[in-house]
Design a protein around this ligand. Structure first.
Ligand SMILES: Nc1nc2c(ncn2[C@@H]2O[C@H](COP(=O)(O)OP(=O)(O)O)[C@@H](O)[C@H]2O)c(=O)[nH]1
Ligand SMILES: [Mg+2]
Length: 457
């Protein structure tokens, strides 16, 4: 499979200044010679040097485009294979025509992520780095970009290898002990072995804990603003996103559909959904809006439950409270610029969720609300910004599995069971981490990972 030469359009399709057609594999230089003629100088292409010239049609009669090409000889390339990047004019037609010609010369269209897969298979990067590539491309905020770049530079790989080395050392000790067991030589005490296993467990668990923040920085959270009509939900949405996205009127029932916007809350992507107010209605359009509101409640990670403090607390409010009972929420008491009718104290006594008082109209309390949202999801983790975070569920599962095996290791040592068992569990922990970095990963898992990539990456 690695013997063929692959090609793909690496830039997004559409009108742009430049489009890049990229090739990787054994036959790159041969194909370059067939299709490219430099405008000046020797026809011989030197590695890692840009050349200006023409791409010719296969019959050599037509000039397809004027291009810059960069030939890069293996192994100092992205895939560790020969690579050719052809910078063509960024229109759909020139990019496609050049791709066609390369295909006619014997290259094969690359699968999604196949360049990165080759980089992995040829040992240039480990699997965590390969997976970070797509995270870099899809980063929603600067914070998620930083996390992905740290992983791409091998930060996570380094951490995992450190832990793996500790396990290997312990494994060697246990094996040695097993060899000598018949002679009843105690090279290492049980306490010593248990202590080492415990320190490994602590490291694994520390890494596991970063998944909470890591996932939030990468994927963000979904926040739904819920409340009766006219309490100020759309006004809050507009305030949070900093523009007048939703229509605000004094008439109840103005927002009939759900409106979604994404904001960046200090690196945390927040998808905010403004909903139609929850109330009984006979209007068909409003009924459909209500259905969507219910769906928004179910899919949200956090509910901003809005109550109008200038109005009395009524049955409708109570109904909404019971509809959102099962969800994580913040009570948002709005319109505090008006004379109060509502006894906020009573609400505070009744529930465990935080209460924030705001005026969406006068822009009071918005920062407090943002701070509270952050706190609820990232708790004390903000200081761990410089640490390596895990963001990928596959990594989380692998580390968790390794941690469980180490727990068993501790168990067998403490119970003074045969070290045969200890050895098996240590081996399992090593295998889990091996799968994570891609040393012992199956073809199926690889295909699953790279199927999510863009073509040409
Ligand atoms: N006095 C005051 N009026 C507000 C406040 N927030 C919203 N409103 C007004 O309440 C009405 C309904 O607001 P809107 O955002 O459309 O409520 P929604 O139906 O919950 O989306 C509008 O006239 C807003 O100007 C506030 O904090 N104070
Ligand atoms: Mg509204």
């Amino acid at each position: 499979m690695l013997n063929d030469t692959i090609v793909a359009i690496s830039t997004s399709l559409g009108e742009g200044a430049i489009g890049i057609v990229r090739l990787s594999g054994k036959d790159v230089l041969g194909i370059a010679k067939k299709i490219f003629v430099p405008n000046k100088g020797s026809r011989k292409l030197k590695s890692h040097q840009m050349r200006y010239g023409r791409i010719l049609s296969p019959d050599k009669n037509k000039v397809i485009d004027l291009v810059l090409i960069n030939y890069m000889k293996a192994p100092k390339t992205y895939t560790r294979e020969d690579i050719l990047e052809i910078n063509v004019h960024g229109g759909i037609i020139p990019v496609r025509r050049v791709l066609d010609i390369v295909l006619k010369c014997g290259a094969r269209l690359a699968d999604p992520g196949e360049f990165t897969k080759r980089a992995f298979l040829n040992g240039r990067i480990d699997l965590t780095q390969a997976e970070a590539v797509i995270d870099v491309i899809r980063a929603k905020t600067e914070a998620s970009l930083k996390i992905a770049i740290d992983q791409l530079q091998g930060g996570l790989k380094k951490k995992v290898f450190e832990i793996r080395n500790l396990i290997v050392k312990l494994y060697a000790k246990v094996e040695l002990q097993l060899d000598f067991s018949e002679e009843e030589i105690e090279e290492y005490s049980h306490e010593e072995l248990a202590k080492e296993a415990l320190s490994i467990k602590i490291r694994l668990e520390k890494l596991l804990k970063t998944f909470n923040s890591g996932k939030i920085y990468k994927e963000g959270i979904k926040v739904a603003i819920i409340g009766k009509p006219n309490v100020g939900k759309s006004s809050l949405l507009n305030e949070l996103i900093g523009e007048k996205r939703a229509i605000v009127t004094q008439f109840p029932g103005t927002t009939r559909d759900t409106i979604e916007e994404v904001i960046n809350l200090e690196g945390m992507p927040l998808q905010i959904i403004d909903t139609a107010g929850l109330r009984h209605t006979k209007c068909e359009i409003e009924k459909e809006g209500l259905k969507r509101t219910k769906k928004a409640i179910e899919t949200a990670d956090l509910i901003l439950l809005m109550i109008d403090s200038s109005n009395v607390f009524d049955e409708e409010d109570k109904k909404i409270i019971s509809d959102t009972k099962h969800k994580k929420k913040i009570w948002v008491i709005n319109k505090i610029d008006l004379p109060p009718q509502l006894k906020v104290k009573e609400l505070e006594i009744k529930n465990q969720s935080p209460v924030i008082k705001i005026s969406a109209l006068k822009r009071i309390g918005i920062e407090d609300l943002k701070k509270k949202i952050r706190e609820l999801f990232l708790k004390g983790d903000i200081s761990s910004k410089d640490d390596i975070l895990i963001t990928n569920f596959r990594h989380y599962k692998a580390i968790q599995k390794a941690a469980n095996s180490i727990k068993e290791v501790i168990n067998t040592i403490e119970k003074k069971l045969s070290l045969e068992f200890t050895s098996i569990d240590l081996k399992e922990a090593l295998d889990s981490l091996g799968v994570m970095v891609g040393e012992t990963v199956s073809e199926d898992i690889l295909n699953e990972i790279f199927a999510n990539y863009c073509i040409g990456k």
